[in-house]
Ligand binder design. Structure first.
Ligand SMILES: Nc1ncnc2c1ncn2[C@@H]1O[C@H](COP(=O)(O)OP(=O)(O)O)[C@@H](O)[C@H]1O
Ligand SMILES: [Mg+2]
Length: 366
């Protein structure tokens, strides 16, 4: 659901801002340090319950303030739908959906799916497998309602097994009794991930092709244990090693999404610019899957002109536009994002100055 209105208070240099974004494209322009990324950070916070800049909530709460607040009205087909989040300096988090307190941030993520394309997004290729698992899991979560409960319980079962292993003095027989649940839940997690990646691949190919016709990149999901074995077999054959290591070696916790070209790993064979296109294609493909499920999402694009040349910038913007998603895009200069949108699109321009946001003319399409 798109944001029809957004209120941000006491987050970084945004003391209090309030605005009504376009359901389509929102361009935020301002000097370095004016607060552009903080607006995207606030929207991200409302979907994920955390920032993309720091895991420490104290860093984004405004200095000398006890809490920060982000509130939005989402536009449903015939009504508006308020959601809000308050984060206190002591760590307490208060999440509201239609005025009612809810206990899980998942309630927000379901209603406000958000994808981020920013300079850090390139960690998706160069970072640890955990980042790629998170990418797959975000998609799997929206793809199949079975995923989240299975994932959560599987995590618990895995932690329990690992703590038994860590304490030692555990026999393979006793461990096998614990493994029943882990195998069942881990099996579901893996099945949904596999199904999701299979579904994602053709989308990714199409999007990447639209961005660049010279790139031939494949996605390869590895489940985290020997593909010839069931999870039960992998746990059974690894039990002595697990006891020795003090943790569970094989399983969905070691899954990865490998991104490859014919010549090898994408990270080693593609230029920096090409890697950016691949990562953008992955994110847009994920958005396209959701859109086709009837669940359009919000795209946050930070500092795009700094990331891509004019030609690819235009292609990327056109793709995002075609998704029918709501877009928030930031830029230091105002001219680099002109002429990339089609005439029919509602593009709103905002100027950010010292934490103050103002809608400005320059809406070329109005
Ligand atoms: N906790 C905080 N409290 C108040 N101001 C902050 C806090 N953290 C960062 N800032 C300031 O807020 C601004 C944030 O800018 P940012 O959103 O990164 O700007 P831009 O993306 O436009 O470059 C910076 O000027 C920074 O100094
Ligand atoms: Mg910024």
């Amino acid at each position: 659901m798109p944001l029809a209105r957004l209120d941000i208070a006491k987050l970084r240099n945004l003391t209090k801002i309030q605005f009504e974004p376009s359901h389509q494209v929102n361009v935020i322009v301002g000097e370095n340090g004016s607060g552009k990324t903080s607006v995207l950070e606030a929207i991200h916070l409302l979907s994920y319950g955390r920032s993309f800049r720091s895991h420490k909530h104290k860093t984004y709460i405004q200095h000398d303030q006890a809490e920060c607040i982000v509130f939005a009205q989402l536009k449903a087909s015939t009504s508006v739908f308020p959601i809000g989040l308050k984060r206190a300096r002591d760590g307490a988090i208060d999440v509201r959906v239609q005025g009612e307190k809810v206990h899980s941030i998942v309630e927000l993520a379901e209603r406000l799916p958000v994808q981020l394309i920013n300079p850090d997004a390139f960690r998706l290729l160069e970072g640890s497998p955990k980042i790629r698992r998170q990418f797959v899991d975000w998609g799997a979560f929206h793809f199949d309602v079975q995923f989240m409960p299975a994932w959560r319980d599987w995590q618990k079962a895995l932690k329990q097994r690992n703590s038994l292993l860590k304490r030692g003095k555990i026999s393979p027989n006793l461990l096998a009794a614990f493994d029943q649940e882990l195998i069942r839940l881990g099996g579901t997690v893996n099945e949904v991930r596999q199904a999701y990646v299979k579904h994602l691949i053709p989308y990714f190919k199409t999007v990447l092709n639209a961005l660049s016709d010279e790139l031939d990149v494949s996605l390869n999901f590895t489940q985290g244990w020997d593909a010839q074995k069931t999870l039960a077999e992998a746990l059974e054959s690894g039990v002595n090693r697990d006891i020795e290591l003090g943790y569970t070696h094989s399983g969905p916790q070691r899954a990865d999404l490998r991104v490859k070209t014919k010549a090898g790993d994408a990270l080693d064979t593609l230029s920096r610019g090409q890697q950016k296109l691949v990562v953008s294609a992955l994110k847009i493909a994920q958005g396209q899957v959701l859109t086709d499920m009837g669940r359009p999402l919000v795209f946050l694009v930070d500092d795009l002109p700094a990331e891509l040349d004019a030609n690819h910038r235009q292609k990327l913007c056109r793709l995002l536009e075609s998704l029918n998603s709501q877009i928030f895009i930031t830029s230091v200069g105002s001219d680099s994002l002109d002429f990339v949108w089609s005439d029919a699109t509602d593009v709103r321009h905002f100027a950010m100055r010292n934490g103050e946001l103002q809608r400005v003319a320059g809406d070329l399409n109005e």
